[in-house]
Design a binder for this molecule. Sequence first.
Ligand code: ASP
Length: 436
Amino acid sequence: MSDKKINVEGNEKKGISLSTKIFLALIIGALLGVVIHYVMPDVTIGEDTSLKNDIIIEGVFYVIGQGFIRLMQMLVVPLVFCSLVCGAMAIGDTKTLGKVGVKTIVFYIFTTALAVTIALSVAYMINPGIGLDMDSIQKAEVTSNNTETKLTETLLNIIPKNPIGAMASGDMLPIIVFALFVGIMLAKLGSKASTVATFFSQFNDVMMEMTMAIMKIAPIGVFCLIARTFANLGFSAFQPMLKYMGSVILALCLQCFVIYQILLFIFTRLNPLKFIKKFLPVMGFAFSTATSNATIPMSIDTLDKKMGVSKRISSFTIPLGATINMDGTSIMQGVAVVFIAQAYGIDLTLGNLATVVLTATIASIGTAGVPSVGLVTLAMVLNSVGLPTEGIALIMGIDRILDMIRTAVNITGDAVCTTIVAKQEGALDKEVFNEG
Ligand code: ASP
């Protein structure tokens, strides 16, 4: 399960942190874009080259911004493939833990699917992307596969005839199926295939390092992408962005403070308020680091000392959850899909929405518990319903703050599940939970 050990510190060096830089780039880019839109006069150079449109907006901003997006896209197939192989290997290991393993995994998958459904419902209530006309400034081709395909064909297409072909054309669902299959078989073969297992683990680490390296230039990419958006759209772009943030935060709060607490109460009869109060410091830590992985020791310790959850259960369920259970991330992805579809004027069918629930749930397994990876796996969810991955640019600038909140939700989901499983296995000391 060490497949996702990543240099957590890599993102936050002394001086201005990367997240602050991205946030500043977002603000300055948006302001500059607005100034260009409203104030800058349109000067023509030579015959008919406009300094404002052709050179600045559709030249410099477009090329640098899209270059950055391409770097992210470059990682999608190898990153998702490796991290799913590793995730499935981790699940394969759980066989040794029998009942606890199966229960935990079923619970993790169930809460994630529920989370995406809540996210889609909230997004369709608020309609964050309506009013943002990306279509008018979209240059890259929108490859919508919304054309009606038969359900039988859609189902069959999940099984790749040729896995390499699926990877070459970026068909995510067949890639996922193949990756899960490989991972489970590797787990089954154990030491007989340890070289291959290590290869995927290490390749996964390489992909994570590449993600971190590319994220270092994110401030420049974000600056150009946002400046281009606002230079084209002016103030009309602000409101949809705020609505997007509001939708994600609302859905995250519903999941964390309503759904989890109801589940906790139904299955354990414990006091949800007490749970939240005792777990709050861990949530605060997850919030400030945006890294599920880093909170593993603190979660296990808090569950043990303050809630009476035996380490016998938590030492298995918490690291597994930090690897495969990302309800907060899948909420962001659900809302982002609706936001991007609306911004590009693409209608999603019910079938598309079902695909989103499925792929976002799987993306949650493939998302490593470190900052920003949810954005990379979002590309896979967008691909699965034919939405343009360029849309990620719209939300990238404001993602760090959402990343912090969703990470807190991610690890709360792991802790709630752990407490429920511990209660059912007789590994919960109620006296410790009720103390203090
Ligand atoms: N930062 C998240 C976590 O560590 C992952 C993500 O959504 O990017 O849980």
